[in-house]
Design a protein around this ligand. Structure first.
Ligand code: BGC
Length: 522
């Protein structure tokens, strides 16, 4: 039997991208270097590969690889052996999808796809090459004006992210997000953007996935040159400094909009945290239940709660203080906000944007693990995410999505409206399954998520939009071009970077246009 899920007629469906992942033209048009340009060169990182579990590492690679972290359910390794380096390919973003030169092509594809919104980001180092607002780059402004004008001319509303992992290198050299000078500098960048594009852009997000950004300043996942890749030495230190500064940078930008632009421009501003839902590994085990609460608060609550109450979640602060006592810190590592700062933070969003990919099953670190552990943040969080490399259980991902929507709507200001700015599944890299099966997996995932979205809307959660990650295959950070999330495929071997529809195109096209999801419930 086939039934259908109907979304509201004014619901916004769209696709997402980010500047560094698609634009290319890294040394063109007056753009200065950002942390990714520098990271790629510095690491001389020639290849990374991911496997689901240790036993899947190809024999010839063993002893030639360094573990660098987790990414969406895979273990990621960097190949460090010289011989292997010479035979592997360089993934960098100097051309990426060449979108800097393909505005018209991309807009035609978005139109063909039938989206109502396009979520993309602006490159800070392209618009303000010195990082500051004293010397804007006209060519960059022209480029983005053109993109925005053409989107609007095609009835596609822009959702614009100000910062998506690509900090101008000049700012990084002064400490980047760990130095509180960034609050004022980000705010002046935001003011510049409101002034320049705010007559046409009505939906703004300030910082994409601040938690991932913070990982770059000392995360135990270690994957993330979303900052300067300071690694575990600063874990539980640099990451908290950056979280605090990002929240204040966001809120300061929000206040500028509220006071000087909103009355005439009538748009809205949000931050855009990544979210997950952590289920206790064993629902009847008290410790596992506690771990799931810790995970939720350390990953998501840490960004939401300060914008509602001005405080970090109690359970987060308590766990950090406990580690500090054990490890003889006499200073705060995550410094609570002052009364002045609280005033800026409380209520600092017009709507709430967020990203969601998967759910986790968690348990607690044992006392023994904690004693052995050197990584401060890992001790703070106490969470054992088990074999994260196992693909999550689809039903967990779907239920987790419903749970996070309900949780957010309870935590956020009354009547907060939500938009999902990224949700997606990378194409399976299993060589043994057919293209049709891969397409089916992807569609099943989105269907599972969308059914829960509909349920949450019916249960009173106010959601006004949903964007698929990603519009097209793109530079997937340390995974280079190996992870493919796109609705459109890009041929990265062809210098012209031609795009083509993937098997899932029709599913999304129909969904976006009809705002109806047929469900096969037989
Ligand atoms: C990021 C994207 C990234 C995607 C898929 C998100 O965490 O915002 O930039 O490409 O996940 O890995």
């Amino acid at each position: 039997m086939t039934t259908a899920v109907d979304f509201p007629k004014d619901f916004l469906f769209g696709a997402s991208s980010s500047a560094y992942q698609i634009e290319g033209a890294v040394d063109e048009g007056g753009k200065s270097k950002n942390i990714w340009d520098v990271f790629i060169k510095k690491q001389k990182y020639l290849d990374v590969f991911s496997v689901r579990s240790l036993k899947d590492i190809p024999k010839e690679y063993i002893n030639r690889v360094k573990f660098i972290g987790y990414s969406k359910g895979s273990l990621v390794f960097k190949i460090v052996d010289k011989i292997v380096e010479s035979i592997t390919s360089v993934d960098d973003a100097s051309i990426a999808c060449d979108s800097y030169h393909k505005t018209d092509v991309d807009i035609a594809l978005l139109k063909e796809l039938g989206v109502q919104v396009y979520r993309f980001s602006l490159s800070w180092s392209r618009i303000l090459p010195t990082g500051y607002d004293h010397a804007p780059n006209e060519e960059a402004i022209q480029h983005y004006q053109d993109l925005i004008d053409k989107l609007l001319a095609n009835n596609i509303q822009p959702i614009v992210t100000m910062y998506h992992f690509d900090l101008p290198q000049v700012l990084q050299e002064a400490g980047g997000w760990t130095n509180n000078f960034i609050i004022g500098i980000f705010a002046s960048y935001a003011r510049f953007l409101f002034k320049t594009f705010g007559d046409k852009v009505k939906l703004w997000t300030t910082i994409n996935e601040p938690r991932m950004v913070s990982e770059g300043y000392g995360g135990f996942y270690g994957i993330a040159p979303f900052g300067p890749d300071l690694g575990a030495t600063y874990s539980g230190i640099g990451d908290y400094l950056s979280i605090r500064n990002m929240l204040l940078a966001h809120a300061t930008a929000y206040r500028i909009y509220e006071k000087d632009f909103k009355p005439t421009q009538n748009g809205g501003v949000s931050i855009c945290p990544d979210t997950t839902w952590a289920f206790p590994k064993n629902e009847n085990n008290e410790n596992d239940v506690k771990a799931s609460e810790l995970a939720l608060q350390h990953y998501v609550g840490i960004f939401i709660e300060p914008l509602v109450t001005g405080e970090f979640p109690k359970i987060v602060l308590e766990s950090i203080i406990d580690t500090s006592e054990r490890k003889n810190f006499s200073t705060w590592r995550l410094v609570p906000f002052t009364d002045e700062e609280k005033k800026v933070l409380i209520g600092a969003y017009d709507f709430m944007a967020f990203n969601y990919y998967r759910a986790l099953r968690v348990t607690m670190l044992t006392e023994e693990d904690i004693k052995k552990e050197k990584d401060f943040k890992k001790i703070d969080q106490r969470i054992d995410i088990g074999d994260y490399t196992e693909p999550s259980i689809p039903i967990d991902d779907y239920n987790g999505f419903y749970n996070i929507l309900k949780w957010l709507s309870e935590k956020c200001k009354k009547d907060t409206k939500f938009i999902i700015c990224e949700n997606g599944l990378k194409d399976s890299d299993d060589q043994l399954i057919s293209a049709e099966e891969k397409t089916k997996k992807k569609i099943d995932y989105h269907r599972g998520i969308l059914v829960e979205l509909d349920k949450a809307i019916k249960d009173g959660v106010k959601v006004f939009g949903y964007c698929v990650w990603s519009f097209m295959d793109s530079f997937e950070w340390i995974m280079g071009y190996k992870d493919k999330f796109g609705i459109y495929e890009v041929d990265f071997k062809n210098p012209d970077r031609p795009r083509s529809k993937k098997g899932c195109f029709d599913f999304f096209n129909k969904l976006f246009q009809d705002k109806t999801l047929p469900i096969d419930s037989s």
